[in-house]
Write a protein that binds this ligand. Structure first.
Ligand code: PRX
Length: 700
């Protein structure tokens, strides 16, 4: 076990750290064997935990099959030794876990204290201060910026001191509305260093969406940039924040970083970040935090209109992000890890920031788009930065495979060792193109299934026995400690193979979410009530003949647009605000590149004199303003009424069939209040389809 103590009085001037290594990876001394992490506290009886050293010296060498078996039959030993060996603790934990899924009680590494920023920075600065931690692949190719672990620690400390000097302390919440950049990563780590809770909001969200999150989390401060730069275009971020904070009385300061030279109008709340940071010390004592103190909130869509603030805590999340990063992607020392995600999503949290940095990796921060300045951008970046692991989204792959393969082949991809896909089902065409064209058929391609709530990858082809097969377009195997269960309609587990059902997980794992911020009951209701005693993912899955898992898609009203999760209820809520619109229903339909897109059925008020086309444009603007541009429905169909059951419930199944033009088999419509509504909607859709075809013709 790695144990650290904070020396508050006498900072180590050599390394610039306040952390003094008291004992690291101690092996049990004579007469003190096998007493586990707790042995260091002499007043406590030795708890029955694995002795430190068991992960690195023993367990990690077991064959995959044995290790997996151990992880599910003796999770205390498995996770206990991994946590003891892999993380640096200020105080050792006393108990590996205390969990009861049916009530949503989930605690890991109880009694332990640590600091996540120390695990991501200080421990590496001790060993290799000049190793590159981040490569900021800026929008303009060839202008990348490298940041070493020492530099990142210093920036983090200056930023942490800036926050503290402006009244932000342990337990306060801070919103980060910044594009992926070293300063954004430092902002996350600075919060972690002082025990503040960060909530990163994707910088494509509108001011109203940002305000809703700030209000829900009661953020005391916001960190932003003057502008964002993406695909050669500038996005004004500061003005979005200005509009948001008007309705957020909890915000005391807005820290503004200068991404571009464009001058920014500064108001009463605004603090110029770089200017203030430069006068702050580059050393900041790290706050020892409880394993279960909150590390961050991340808002994500559910099946109601209100996004959920998913709560992740310190030790369990970090351990899980770290282990999955290393084992799923086969990360080794010296690799350059290229995850293309934005830090506004969980993928960015776990596989741009916390996973790679906890493993001392070099992590790429990709600011641009896959097609800027041309469709070779990803592969030119792989060549220039010598990327070892490339982790991307199917939507980008589907877009790129439409271009000529020469855009890939003209760049040297010999540095690549593992390819990964995340966020949505990857179709066979995209999988094969990624595997054979990009990876030249020699790199394992891992389709990774997981969620904001799971903290890290739960089902993926790796880790597995050497040479174990990887089947195309399948997540396949559960990660250590994950026990997938498929449930039938009656809530009973389905056994056997070649079966499909609701995907649940039967045992807690350290990376899982702990709550929904401010609403624990909603957490219990959403994830643990549908199948008591099990975590319910909201996804359906199929267990193949070989016992591998294939995700079949969401079972609730959540859709996935370009890998971004969206609740259809959120879009409906936005549309319903229009005075001319009494009712709407939004569903998701398949799209070639984006995976899914929203399709809105809209009822307009009777006797309106306004041009419906004008109203539809207003509806588009409304969704962009209330949520984000990517949430704007691709299709709007004006209908006289919606198909409802006698109890008033909208039959979305019918709307899906109409939109997908599969009305041949509508199923049972006998519970509809008035079945003639179906004909009405089918006719309206037919007219809409013809109109679109005509428009397409004209464009040609
Ligand atoms: O439906 C699943 C889909 O994305 C959802 C989770 O979205 P989010 O919390 O935004 O996290 C995305 C990044 C981890 C899941 O419920 N999903 C994620 N990965 C896959 C997937 N669907 C199919 N295959 C995947 N590999």
């Amino acid at each position: 076990m790695c144990l650290l103590r904070i020396n508050m009085a006498a900072p180590s001037s050599r390394s610039g750290l306040l952390w003094t290594l008291l004992s690291r990876c101690r092996t049990p001394g004579p007469g003190r064997t096998g007493t586990g992490p707790g042995r260091c506290l002499s007043s406590l009886p030795p708890p029955p935990l694995p002795p430190p050293g068991t992960w690195s010296s023993e367990l990690s060498r077991l064959p995959h099959r044995d290790l997996y078996r151990l992880s599910v039959t003796d999770p205390d030993r498995f996770w206990g030794s991994a946590a003891a060996d892999r993380l640096c603790w200020v105080e050792p934990y006393q108990q590996v876990r205390d969990c009861e899924l049916s009530s949503g009680r989930i605690s890991w590494f109880l009694g332990g204290k640590l600091n996540v920023s120390v695990n991501c920075l200080d421990v590496h600065v001790e060993k290799h201060p000049d190793r590159v931690a981040l490569i900021w692949e800026r929008d303009e190719p060839g202008t990348e910026v490298k940041v070493t672990y020492r530099e990142l620690l210093e920036t983090t400390c200056r930023l942490a001191n800036t926050l503290k000097s402006h009244g932000v302390h342990k337990g306060d919440t801070v919103a980060i509305y910044m594009p992926v950049s070293p300063i954004a990563v430092a902002a996350m780590l600075a919060c972690a260093r002082i025990g503040a809770v960060h909530t990163v909001v994707f910088a494509g969200f509108s001011s109203e969406a940002l305000a809703g999150r700030i209000q829900d989390a009661q953020c005391k401060a916001v960190l932003t940039c003057n502008q964002g730069v993406r695909g050669g275009r500038l996005m004004d971020l500061k003005s979005t924040v200005d509009a948001a904070v008007k309705s957020c009385p909890s915000v005391q300061h807005v820290f503004v970083s200068q991404r571009t030279d464009s001058p920014t109008a500064m108001g009463a709340l605004d603090v110029p970040l770089e200017e203030v940071m430069s006068s702050q010390p580059a050393i900041c004592p790290a706050e020892p935090l409880d394993s279960e103190d909150i590390l961050f909130l991340l808002y994500t869509s559910g099946s109601t209109g209100k996004p959920k603030g998913i709560v992740h805590t310190q030790a369990g999340y970090l351990l899980y992000a770290s282990m999955t990063h290393q084992l799923v992607f086969d990360h080794r020392d010296g690799d350059v890890f290229g995850c293309m995600a934005d830090i506004g999503w969980i993928t960015g949290h776990s596989y741009v920031v916390y996973g790679p940095l906890s493993n001392g990796a070099t992590s790429v921060l990709f600011e641009s788009t896959p097609v800027y300045p041309n469709p070779g951008r990803y592969w030119e970046t792989v060549q220039r930065l010598r990327i070892s692991q490339f982790y991307g989204a199917p939507t980008a792959l589907r877009l790129l495979l439409k271009y000529d393969d020469s855009w890939v082949k003209k760049f040297d991809r010999s540095s690549l060792r593992t390819l990964g896909s995340v966020g949505e089902p990857i179709n066979h065409e995209a999988w094969h193109w990624f595997h054979s064209v990009v990876g030249e058929g020699r790199c394992p391609l891992v389709d990774t299934w997981w969620q904001t709530e799971t903290g890290g990858v739960c089902i993926a082809p790796r880790p597995a026995e050497k040479g174990a097969p990887i089947l195309p377009a399948m997540a396949m195997r559960p990660f250590f400690g994950i026990q997938p269960v498929l449930m039938d309609d009656k809530g009973e587990p389905i056994s056997g193979v070649s079966v499909g059902g609701a995907l649940c997980i039967s045992q807690p794992w350290p990376g899982m979410a702990r709550s929904i911020y401010g609403d624990h009951q909603r957490f219990v209701d959403a994830y643990f009530k549908p199948y008591p005693g099990f975590y319910f993912s909201g996804d359906g899955a199929y267990r193949s003949e070989d016992g591998y898992y294939q995700i079949t898609g969401r079972m609730d009203d959540v859709i996935n647009v370009s890998g971004h999760r969206l609740g259809t209820a959120e879009i409906e809520d936005a549309l319903d605000e229009h005075p001319a619109v009494p009712e709407t229903a939004v569903i998701g339909i398949q799209h070639d590149i984006k995976g899914e897109v929203p399709f809105a059925f809209v009822v307009l008020k009777d006797g309106l004199h306004d041009d419906p086309l004008v109203i539809l444009q207003q509806l588009r603007d409304l969704v962009a303003a209330k949520i984000a541009k990517y949430a704007v429905p691709e299709h709007f169909l004006v209908v006289k009424r919606l198909p409802k059951t006698r109890s008033g419930k909208i039959m979305r199944r019918i709307l899906r069939k109409v939109a997908m033009e599969t009305t041949g088999d509508l199923g049972d419509v006998s519970t509809l209040d008035d079945p003639s509504v179906v004909k009405e909607i089918v006719e309206a859709h037919e007219q809409y389809r013809k109109q679109r075809e005509e428009e397409e013709e004209k464009k040609k």
